[in-house]
Design a protein around this ligand. Structure first.
Ligand SMILES: Cc1cc2nc3c(=O)[nH]c(=O)nc-3n(C[C@H](O)[C@H](O)[C@H](O)COP(=O)(O)O)c2cc1C
Length: 251
């Protein structure tokens, strides 16, 4: 297990930012990171999503194939690896989008189970999939994705406020998910250490984010059991942050 995803181990991940995190953004603000995540992109047939238009696609590969090629290529100019994050109003669209991302050159694929938007949660989707009553659907959906794609799949969750999130992580890992990206917020204690330790026990490769802006904090999160750290907000105003944190972690 120790050389699993060696390219991003002890790495800095530029976290996905819906509405911001396109290729040029990832190249600039993810400079020096082990992995920059593009997106989260939305696939929405019905114009339901109140999101910047450039991050919303209609279903069907012709809608996003060329875009993904261009933006994955740009992200690779700054970060060593590029990944693409998606959330679909109809989960049946997830596989097609992730396959297009893979064909566009994405090294990692990410599924957003982090959203608390009512349009997803009210239908048992995204973060609602972590709730116990939706675990059968969670397992079925992840199993189908894992069979279809051949790039590593990251499942992005918020672990700070979902009581069932540890159990949901066990469910995911049980069907073959290897990488969980958890936004732990500032829960539990200063570094969320208790929660990170518990997630680490369940998960082969753990990416942890939430409030990280210093190398001390990044080191503490790795010490607690994370395999990589994710940065979103602090990097938005500092294009040197990912590179500096990455240098500190790999010293
Ligand atoms: C402006 C903004 C947009 C975000 N959009 C997304 C998103 O589309 N998908 C997602 O999974 N997380 C999204 N996040 C969450 C971040 O990826 C990250 O997990 C979270 O902000 C915690 O990291 P931080 O404390 O370093 O900001 C967003 C965060 C911000 C600040």
């Amino acid at each position: 297990v120790s050389d699993l995803f060696a390219d991003i181990r002890n790495g800095v991940v530029l976290a996905e930012l819906g509405g911001y995190g396109d290729g040029p953004y990832c190249a600039q603000y993810g400079a020096g990171a082990a992995l920059a995540l593009l997106g989260t992109y939305l696939v929405d047939a019905g114009d339901q999503v109140p999101y910047p238009r450039t991050f919303v696609f209609k279903p069907g590969r012709a809608q996003y194939r060329d875009y993904l090629r261009e933006h994955v290529e740009k992200a690779h100019r700054g970060a060593q690896r590029a990944g693409v994050s998606v959330i679909c109003v109809d989960p049946a669209d997830d596989i097609d989008f992730l396959l297009a991302a893979q064909e566009a050159g994405a090294d990692y694929l990410s599924l957003c189970l982090h959203s608390v938007m009512a349009m997803f949660v009210s239908r048992g989707l995204s973060s609602a999939m972590l709730r116990r009553e939706h675990w059968p659907h969670l397992r079925e959906h992840l199993t189908a994705i894992l069979h279809a794609v051949d790039r590593p799949l990251i499942v992005k969750i918020s672990a700070s406020d979902a009581p069932d999130s540890l159990g949901a992580v066990e469910q995911m890992v049980g069907v073959g998910v290897k990488i969980v990206h958890a936004n732990v917020g500032h829960a539990v204690d200063q570094y969320g250490v208790t929660l990170i330790r518990r997630l680490h026990e369940h998960c082969p490769f753990l990416i942890i984010g939430g409030g990280i802006r210093t190398s001390e904090h990044a080191h503490a999160v790795i010490e607690a059991g994370a395999d990589a750290v994710a940065v979103a907000t602090a990097a938005m105003t500092d294009p040197t942050l990912c590179g500096r944190l990455q240098a500190a972690l790999r010293e």
